[in-house]
Every structure is written in C-alpha cells, then in structure tokens.
Design a protein around this ligand. Structure first.
Ligand SMILES: [Mg+2]
Length: 278
C-alpha cells in the first residue's frame, strides 16, 4: 500500500463507479451483489460519467439486473454535476445542449434552453449530433461568446447492442468537433475533474481521506480520486484488463485487483469491520 495512506484516516464511505465495476454490458460482475449488500449500510454514492440516463433510469436499470434498488438521490451523473456547476457559475443560465435526454432533464432544472441566445453550449453523449447542431453550437460560441462545456472526457464508451459488445463515441469525442471548429478549449465536468467527487463528499459529509473510490478506469476514476486524496481501488473487470501494465503517467491505486470478490478480501484484511456482515 502507498506511503501516503499513513496520513489518512480509514475509509468510512464508499464511492462507486458502475459500468465496469458492478456490471459490464448487461451482465452483473462477480461480487457485485455481495458488495452492494455490504456497502449500502455505509455512507455511499454512485458516480458516473455517463450523462445519458437520469438517476431514476439508472436506478431502474440496476434493479432490472438484480441489484438492490439504489436511491436515485445517491446516483450522481456528469449531467447533474454539469447542471449544478453551470447554475453556480451563472444562475438562471441559458443553454444549447447536444446529447441524450438525461442531460436536458438535468439542465432544465436550473437553466433555460435557448438555441439563439445561450451562455453555454453543453455537449453530452448519445445519438443525435448532426451538422445543424454543430453549426448552431459553433455560431453561439464564435458570435456570442457562449462557453463550451463537455459533460465528460471519455473518448469512447462501451455498449451492448443485440447482445454484441460495441464501442460508442464518448463525450470527449463528441465535444471535439466543436473545439476543432472554434479553437476553444472546452471545460470538462466529469471524472477525473473534481466536481462529481466533491458533490458526493458534500452529500455524504465526508472528507476525501474518509472515502474509498472504486472504479475500472485508471485515467478517470482513479486519477481524479487520487488527486483529491481519496482511497482508491481499481477492479480489472472493465476497461483495464488483468495483466495490463500500469500506465507510467498515472497514480497507482491503493488496491489493484481482478474483481470485486478479490477487493472484498483485500478490504477485509486492510480494514476489518468496514464491510462486516451484520
Ligand atoms: Mg466505469
């Protein structure tokens, strides 16, 4: 374990990424059910860079997979983090959004859609980005000084279509044409940026050192949590396969395990009682 662990308290709360941690495609991952039965007794939250689904839809999806129904209030998406951050920067903001329904649902709570006069051009994920939307967005940025916002930096995301694994463009890829056309650097909200983590910490009333972040991506889940001083655990059940060497430029997690079963064993050793059965 890393030296810096000496300076931190033991974790009392758990933050969970979902895709690649609890499930992959439509398949539950080993240990997901057992982990959730234990974690849901602790302060916890679900953090996802996926802005497509609303928290209610995410909750339904996890339940349909056989997991205990999560409280939607504990599900923090990059779309929610984006909406809350924009409201803080400019209360009552006007926006032009490109992306699936979850993003617009989050933005409407705090702002007003306006394709002719917008403070922000917000790019999320999902089908629909076309020539017309790109044109509107570029003109808002170049002629009106609208600020370019991306919900999340992921270049690609995993999906299942007709039972087949498919790689889809992520938020990072979809914001890129706006950036290329305008020469503007987008402001990115999701992991590894601190906003999603900070929202969770505030909601749970925990300090970073009291939180364990469990994720499957070194560059987002782990890098962002490390930067804030959280405990970190990487499970190699998603994007980062077992045996793959750790990238030189990224911080090493406190736990690096093949799956959630192995993580529970490691956590029982390191922090007896954290995940105790009742
Ligand atoms: Mg993931």
């Amino acid at each position: 374990m890393a030296m810096r662990s000496m300076k931190r308290p033991e974790p009392i709360a758990v933050l969970l990424d979902m895709d690649g941690v609890l499930y992959h495609g439509d398949r539950l991952l080993p240990g997901a059910l057992r982990l959730l039965h234990r974690v849901t007794r602790l302060p916890h939250a679900y953090l996802t860079n996926n802005p497509i689904r609303t928290p209610g839809e995410v909750s339904n999806r996890l339940t349909a997979m056989g997991l205990p129904r999560p409280d939607p209030a504990l599900i923090l998406t990059s779309a929610l983090a984006t909406a809350r951050w924009l409201a803080r920067v400019r209360p009552g903001f006007r926006y032009f959004a490109v992306g699936a329904g979850g993003l617009d649902a989050a933005l409407r709570e705090f702002g007003e859609p306006n394709a002719r006069n917008a403070d922000f051009v917000v790019v999320g994920e999902g089908a629909g980005l076309d020539y017309e939307q790109l044109t509107i967005g570029i003109n808002l940025i170049l002629s009106q000084g609208a600020r370019l916002i991306g919900t999340n930096p992921d270049p690609t995301v995993d999906a299942v279509r007709n039972g087949r694994h498919l790689i889809l463009p992520g938020g990072g890829a979809l914001v890129a044409p706006f950036a290329a056309a305008t020469g503007v650097t987008p402001t990115i909200i999701g992991k590894p940026e601190p906003l999603l983590y900070e929202m969770a910490l505030e909601m749970l009333g925990c300090s970073p050192g009291e939180c364990l972040m469990i994720g499957d991506r070194p560059d987002t889940d782990i890098a962002g949590a490390e930067r804030l001083g959280m405990w970190t655990a990487l499970v190699r059940t998603g994007r980062f396969a077992p045996g793959r060497p750790w990238p030189d430029n990224l911080p090493v997690p406190d736990f690096d395990v093949v799956d959630l079963e192995a993580l529970m064993t490691a956590l029982e050793d390191a922090f007896p009682g954290l995940l105790a059965e009742v």
